[in-house]
Write a protein that binds this ligand. Structure first.
Ligand SMILES: CC(C)(COP(=O)(O)OP(=O)(O)OC[C@H]1O[C@@H](n2cnc3c(N)ncnc32)[C@H](O)[C@@H]1OP(=O)(O)O)[C@@H](O)C(=O)NCCC(=O)NCCS
Length: 163
């Protein structure tokens, strides 16, 4: 396993991101449950931000979002909290892991509501895929995430008929 295949690399910590958004009535159904599509929109946005931070001067598009299960409901008035980090880089593709939490602002409790693995692709100014910096992996956890990300990438590319 070659963790540092390119000279110019970036650490996962350089690109990680967190966002907090209060959920409003327009985000939810008439019973107050936040729509899955609203959550997905924020997952896509923060994954794109992390990929852009990592890739620098490139256009970033979403290639795929792995199957996502909503483990807990999120309601109007909750804070939707997303944390996102890059796990794995191939050439132009990057796997970003997004964890979604719902915080009840009345009692300050927080539950893990979902995890998503998003594949982002870097494109150059001509719309062609372009190489992104490698990942500089320092901790054992970062190396573990990379190996697991590589395994998931193989599986998703097989499922997409790309391998
Ligand atoms: C994603 C896209 C650029 C891939 O283009 P393509 O010509 O089919 O891709 P290729 O087979 O040449 O592969 C290019 C890279 O994408 C990766 N890729 C392609 N399909 C993928 C999929 N379903 N899941 C994960 N990665 C994928 C490949 O592994 C490759 O990665 P690498 O450069 O790191 O090796 C193209 O399908 C596209 O533009 N899709 C629309 C994107 C979009 O509009 N998203 C929503 C709005 S941002």
């Amino acid at each position: 396993m070659n963790f540092q295949k390119k000279i110019e690399g970036r650490s996962p910590n350089d690109s990680k991101a967190e966002s907090t958004i209060v959920m409003l009535p327009s985000d939810a159904n008439p019973k107050g449950n936040v729509f899955g599509g609203i959550i997905l929109k924020h997952v896509d946005l923060i994954a794109g931000l992390v990929a852009k931070r990592h890739a620098g001067h490139a256009n970033i598009v979403t290639a795929s979002i792995d199957r996502m299960t909503f483990l807990k409901p999120i309601f109007i008035g909750n804070a939707l909290i997303l944390t996102a980090r890059i796990n794995y880089v191939k050439r132009s593709s990057m796997e970003i892991e997004v964890n979604v939490f719902a915080e009840d602002l009345d009692d300050n409790t927080r539950v893990h509501a979902a995890t998503a693995f998003v594949t982002m692709i870097a494109l150059d100014k001509y719309g062609k895929t372009t190489e992104v910096p490698s990942l500089i992996l320092e901790s054992d956890e970062e190396k573990k995430r990379y190996i697991e990300g590589e395994k998931r990438m193989i599986t998703r590319l097989k499922e997409a008929g790309k391998l």
